[in-house]
Design a protein around this ligand. Structure first.
Ligand code: DX5
Ligand code: ZN
Length: 219
């Protein structure tokens, strides 16, 4: 099994002390930082955008994993060029996804595609050769702290198989409800990047303790 990367999501961090929260994740051994950009249209809440990402770029060396929960993501990607390592767009709002993925790569970033829980695997099947990452939402996006929808792990396993059978090297990321109690199951299903929001920026421990608990759970 490949080494599992942990990607804390700052969505449930304390935004009054965001720089410290991000430094705590880096010091605690995070592999990536997951950034949830929401526009109030694709999902109801509005979070943050380029200005905040630019600010955070100065406080950490962690690679940034950008999750664009916005309509017309192709209009937003250029704003993050040079700031983030991976840009993930939702298939549900990307009618010309292959063009968008190509545009992301041209901007010098890795290209990822995300699927909502209700979106079938077939929606991305024709794009597997064009992605560096497939991100499976194991919650309906919009909020941190929700319970994982366990059936989505079967979808993760199917995507992993399709990638392996096709000889594609893309990573598989899970976003939503990842906790120490289910992290090993996520890895066993074939994911190698785990977004962890409330399980890092929430009880029971400090950011470092919570990250350590997730690592322990992964063995
Ligand atoms: C929600 C976001 C997630 C969120 C996950 O739409 O995409 O990245 O932060 O939070 P948890 O890990 O608490 O489910
Ligand atoms: Zn996310």
């Amino acid at each position: 099994m490949p080494a599992i990367k942990l990607a804390p999501s700052i969505l449930t961090a304390d935004f009054g002390r965001l720089a410290d929260e991000v430094r705590a994740a880096e010091a605690g051994g995070a592999d990536l930082l997951h950034l949830d950009v929401m526009d109030g249209r694709f999902v109801p809440p509005i979070t943050f955008g380029q200005v905040v990402v630019e600010g955070l770029r100065k406080v950490t060396n962690l690679p940034f994993d950008l999750h664009l929960m916005v309509v017309e993501p192709e209009r937003h990607i250029a704003a993050y060029a040079g700031l983030v390592q991976t840009m993930n767009v939702h298939i549900e709002v990307s009618p010309h996804v292959n063009r968008t993925l190509e545009a992301i790569r041209k901007l010098g970033a890795r290209a990822g595609v995300c699927l909502n829980p209700g979106t079938p695997v077939s929606a991305i099947e024709e794009s597997l050769a064009d992605v560096d990452q497939v991100m499976v939402m194991t919650i309906n996006p919009g909020w941190g702290g929700q319970q994982m929808i366990p059936r989505q792990l079967e979808k993760v396993a199917r995507i992993r198989r399709l990638l392996d059978d096709g000889g594609h090297a893309a990573e598989v990321e899970i976003d939503g409800g990842v906790k120490a109690a289910n992290a090993a199951k996520c890895a066993a299903a074939g994911a190698n990047v785990l977004v962890c929001g409330s399980s890092v920026y929430g009880p029971p421990g400090t950011v470092a303790e919570n990250l350590a608990a997730l690592r322990r759970a992964l063995g």
